[in-house]
Design a protein around this ligand. Structure first.
Ligand code: C5P
Length: 225
């Protein structure tokens, strides 16, 4: 294999959770360490790509040689992604919060005796993967999403490719028993839809580290582009 198979390619990656503020000190978020997205950024860089990593708040070191944008909310993440276009390959590994608080408190909400709990009014966040997959201008030639599921993994992932409009999905089983959440290993299935056919191929990989998932995914990308 070539040493730098992604030389000359621009790769955009989202990683980590988003934080949706409730008030200045509280937020809503999904569980996400950011490890898988950061590992993909490192692997794509090692393969010679120009890498832009748009990251939510995580406790990880920056990836050497990668252009980093740090964001908090889903809306900020979408704006950073749009600003990075055009790219050749876009990989959406972030665990974006589905909802944000409409009535965000300008001051810290106070817990006082006898007070009712403050009701949170939620509204839907933009779906970054779907938005970018459905662009008419600057739609990246290869758009890859992730699907973390606790049941009906493959069926849900197939439906997700269709619904979001992406090309590939990396599906992983995150049921609590697997220990994948926050862990170092991952068991994934790669679902690929070729542009000239509606068929979806499923490739199930042996359990491996998140670094190995990253290098295996990057090798598959290099075979395709
Ligand atoms: O619908 P679901 O959240 O399961 O889809 C997961 C995929 O969609 C991931 O690739 C995730 O990064 C992406 N996503 C997104 N913006 C959202 C929700 C999910 O980019 N608001």
């Amino acid at each position: 294999p070539r040493a730098q198979p992604l030389a000359g390619k621009r790769v955009l990656i989202t990683a980590g959770p988003t934080h949706e503020p409730i008030d200045p000190v509280r937020y809503i978020a999904n569980r996400s360490s950011g490890k898988q997205g950061y590992a993909i950024a490192a692997a794509a860089r090692a393969a010679g790509a120009e890498v832009i990593l748009v990251s939510g708040p995580v406790d990880l070191d920056e990836v050497p040689g990668v252009s980093m944008t740090h964001v908090e909310s889903a809306r900020d993440m979408l704006a950073a992604v749009q600003a990075a276009l055009p790219v050749d390959i876009a990989i959406f590994a972030a665990a974006v919060a589905d909802w944000r608080v409409v009535n965000e408190g300008a001051q810290k909400l106070k817990k006082t005796a006898g007070n009712a709990m403050p009701p949170l009014q939620l509204t839907e966040n933009p779906d970054i993967l779907a938005t970018i997959s459905k662009l008419s201008e600057h739609r990246p030639p290869l758009v890859i999403g992730f699907a973390a599921e606790t049941e009906h993994l493959i069926d849900n992932a197939k439906a997700k490719i269709a619904r979001k409009g992406c090309d590939w999905i990396v599906a992983n089983d995150v049921s609590p028993a697997t220990g994948i959440m926050g862990g170092d290993d991952n068991t994934v299935h790669l679902l690929t839809r070729s542009t000239d056919s509606a068929d979806i191929a499923v490739d199930s990989w042996a359990p491996m580290s998140k670094e190995q998932v990253a290098t295996t995914l990057v090798a598959r990308i290099a075979d395709t582009v």
